[in-house]
Design a protein around this ligand. Structure first.
Ligand SMILES: N[C@@H](CCC(=O)N[C@@H](CS)C(=O)NCC(=O)O)C(=O)O
Length: 212
């Protein structure tokens, strides 16, 4: 056992939770999952008692708790170097970190106007308020990563990396809010990501959550 416990929010809604969950699942790293429903009267109290930041996700390992999706994924990459969760090549790794950081700190129009609702297809396709600009930038990023660095596999940097986990909720949005116009490379990347067993497992969890 790895002794890792990842605490996440609703699978249908919590885009930040999806990222480290997807990383661990896709990389085949065992972990215990703990769930906190986000839209309940008791949510705030539970989060303030359990989570260092009052937010999800957070990771518990031995005697430490770590919060924030990117910090969690960096820690996992250090714990499991054999999984090569960043590209091995130094320049590719530096670009992967830039691409990841840009998502972590940016694309606020897309995140605000198109919140992740994993199970609902056919959501209203509004592209005002900077959404189209964010889509265009992500399309450019995905396209250039696939062309320049993607030859070793189906992911942004060929092999699966933290950069892919960081964009997993965008893949969901580009399905549920479609049609979104993407380059052939970016569209094929979206389809590959959306078809992964880890993505399907998250979607099944989201459906079960709603049904329950
Ligand atoms: N920068 C944080 C963002 C975490 C965040 O905003 N989480 C949301 C859920 S996706 C949350 O916990 N919201 C609390 C609430 O809805 O009460 C990260 O990368 O993990």
């Amino acid at each position: 056992m790895t002794g890792l416990t990842l605490t996440i929010g609703d699978k249908n809604l919590s885009s930040w939770s999806l990222r480290p969950w997807f990383l661990l699942t896709q990389a085949g790293i065992p972990f215990t999952e703990e769930n906190i429903r986000l839209d309940r009267p008791e949510t705030r109290k539970i989060l303030s008692e359990k989570s260092p930041s009052g937010l999800v996700p957070f990771l518990t390992h031995d005697d430490i708790k770590l919060w924030d999706s990117l910090a969690i994924m960096e820690y996992v990459a250090e714990l499991f170097p054999e999984k090569e969760l960043w590209p091995a090549d130094q320049k590719a790794r530096a670009v992967a970190r830039s691409v990841t950081a840009e998502m972590h700190s940016g694309f606020s129009a897309l995140r605000t106007v198109w919140p992740m609702v994993f199970t609902r297809e056919g959501l209203q396709h509004v592209t005002s308020g900077g959404v189209q600009r964010d889509i265009d930038r992500i399309n450019d990023l995905w396209t250039s990563c696939r062309i320049e660095f993607g030859s070793g596999g189906d992911f942004l940097f060929g092999k699966f990396s933290i950069a892919d986990a960081m964009y997993a909720p965008v893949v969901s949005r580009f399905v549920t809010y479609g049609p979104v116009k993407l380059s052939p490379e970016a569209a094929s990347y979206r389809d590959t990501m959306f078809a992964l067993p880890a993505m399907k497992a998250w979607g099944d969890g989201a459906k079960a959550e709603i049904a329950g």
